[in-house]
Design a protein around this ligand. Structure first.
Ligand code: KIV
Length: 259
């Protein structure tokens, strides 16, 4: 088994797993120092491209961003989020996942869904492509983005999906916006780590979108905690630059070339 995957699995019930998204190298370099897992999420569709949904994200866009992220990620596990309509059946999924692994040198891929994608997950795992699952809110296909696990039937389905995914060979599962007690139940009943986003502290690890965490997005999601206001820091720097340029304070002789 891939050493990085084993490291993630070994953390279950021992130590929390730290994950964040990255879409380019410079951020990835920072994350790599502190994260167990770096996800090139298709959330980049809304975060960077203002797409209405992740459905618009293409394989090409994801591959290009992942190549950049790969330059920064050395020690963490790098996961590639397979975009919408790139894994509709086992053959298509394998073809695209192989391409992704070859072009981006990522360590694993993530797929959204439960029972419906089990044959796809099995196909990839059989072909030695590590797979991360994703249940709860499924941004690629859900119409409503309300938390999951309000009703018993829905909770039972999600729990069952996680068990099927585990059996199919995923090495971990993202739980997106799943009710607190359901997250607890899933996390205690499956052996692979659960990585929560909006799914309470009951998960084995946590993931957030980096832009939300550092204050580079407008996101107002209940589950986001903003740890910095990088937007403001950049704006202040830009204002100072503008001031210097307008007042001829920049560049100085030390920034210029002379024969
Ligand atoms: O696309 C993404 O960033 C994700 C995470 C939020 C889990 O899927």
């Amino acid at each position: 088994m891939n050493k990085k995957i084993k490291k993630i699995l070994d953390k279950k019930n021992k130590s929390k797993i730290v994950c964040l998204t990255a879409y380019s190298k410079n951020i990835a370099v920072i994350l790599d120092k502190h994260c167990d897992l770096v996800l090139v999420g298709d959330s980049l569709g809304s975060v960077l491209y203002n797409y209405k949904s992740t459905k618009e994200v293409t394989l090409e866009i994801m591959i290009n961003h992942s190549k950049s992220v790969r330059l920064g990620v050395k020690k963490s596990l790098m996961v590639f989020d397979m975009p919408y309509n790139t894994y509709r059946n086992p053959i298509e999924a394998l073809k695209n996942a192989k391409l992704v692994m070859k072009k981006t040198k990522c360590d694993a891929v993530k797929l959204e869904g439960g029972k419906k994608i089990i044959s796809i997950v099995k196909k990839l795992v059989k072909n030695k492509i590590p797979v991360m699952g994703h249940v709860g809110i499924l941004p690629q296909t859900d119409k409503k983005f309300t938390f999951k696990g309000k009703k018993l039937k829905e909770s039972e389905k999600i729990l069952n999906d996680t068990k099927l995914l585990e059996k199919a060979g995923v090495f971990s599962i993202v739980l997106e916006c799943i009710e607190t007690q359901l997250s607890k139940k899933i996390t205690s009943q499956i052996k692979v780590p659960t990585i929560g986003i909006g799914s309470s502290a009951n998960c084995d690890g946590q993931v957030l979108v980096i832009d939300d965490l550092i204050g580079m997005s407008e996101s107002k999601f209940k589950f986001v905690k903003r740890y910095a206001n990088v937007s403001k820091i950049i704006e202040n720097a830009v204002k100072k630059f503008k001031f210097d340029v307008l007042r001829k304070q920049f560049p100085k002789a030390k920034h210029s070339f002379k024969n």
